[in-house]
Design a protein around this ligand. Structure first.
Ligand code: ZN
Length: 250
């Protein structure tokens, strides 16, 4: 089963919630995320404009505005686009780069996940009380920004946690291990020249630049790098490919 790109997932989720809605206010926290547009021009264009259509083009989410302008966002592995039905909390907006207020009082955010407040404590707090499988919980955009399917697979392997384990059954030690593993995986992904892991797998792009090694994702049937037992893949957790080591991840 081919895996949907992370961006496609984001676009499908936010599209129906943004289309036809007007942005009444826009704020941008930093400018180093901008390409070929100045901060004043971006804010001027967004304010008072309506989102007509959200679509995906390659790895970009494209928001077509009523004015004809297009806001092109590359969420990559380091960021996420989220629509909140309520006012986001301080914690949720702290690392929001772009915050847009919609005419009906909802919020649209672009935020980055490698925040220094992403501590084991904050992590456990965001996930506690969830009975869903831990893999599902860490991929929930509303809880954690930017943990896509590949990173979830890799982080759970690194933390030696069974992806199907119910989140509320995780011990504090497991939360801490998983937190460290997610940080590590995301950091390594970002450091590999900001190029996605998918490129690595399909061979698109400059292979020489990739330093990120996948230990489980896409390696079903191959030996576990830790214990040598065969890795297995299941689609029963969230319909997407989950590859893990049944021996190391119990
Ligand atoms: Zn193993």
């Amino acid at each position: 089963m081919p895996e949907l790109p992370e961006v496609e997932t984001i676009v499908r989720e936010i599209g129906p919630r943004l289309e036809g809605h007007k942005i009444v206010r826009a704020r941008l926290k930093k400018t180093d995320v901008l390409r070929r547009v100045s901060k004043p021009r971006l804010l001027r264009t967004l304010t008072g404009n309506a989102v007509e259509e959200v679509s995906r083009r390659a790895k970009h989410a494209v928001l077509r505005l009523a004015s004809g302008h297009r806001l092109v966002v590359q969420p990559r592995m380091t960021g996420s686009l989220i629509v909140y039905d309520r006012r986001p909390t301080k914690e949720e907006t702290k690392y929001a780069v772009l915050t847009c207020t919609l005419e009906d009082g909802r919020f649209f955010l672009y935020r980055e996940p490698l925040e220094e407040t992403f501590t084991p404590f904050v992590f456990a707090e965001r996930l506690q009380g969830t009975r869903a499988a831990v893999k599902k919980a860490i991929m929930d955009q509303r809880r954690l920004a930017g943990v896509g399917n590949i990173y979830a697979n890799e982080a759970l392997f690194e933390a030696r946690i069974d992806p199907s384990k119910r989140t509320h059954k995780l011990s504090l030690d497991e939360f801490a291990r998983l937190h460290a593993a997610i940080r590590d995986v995301l950091e390594r992904a970002v450091n590999s020249s900001g190029t996605t892991i998918r490129d690595y797998r399909t061979g698109v792009g400059e292979r020489g630049r990739f330093q990120f090694e996948l230990k489980v994702y896409g390696r079903a049937g191959e030996p576990c790098v830790r214990c040598g037992k065969k890795l297995v893949t299941t689609h029963t957790i969230d319909l997407r490919a989950t590859t893990f080591c049944p021996n190391c991840q119990r």
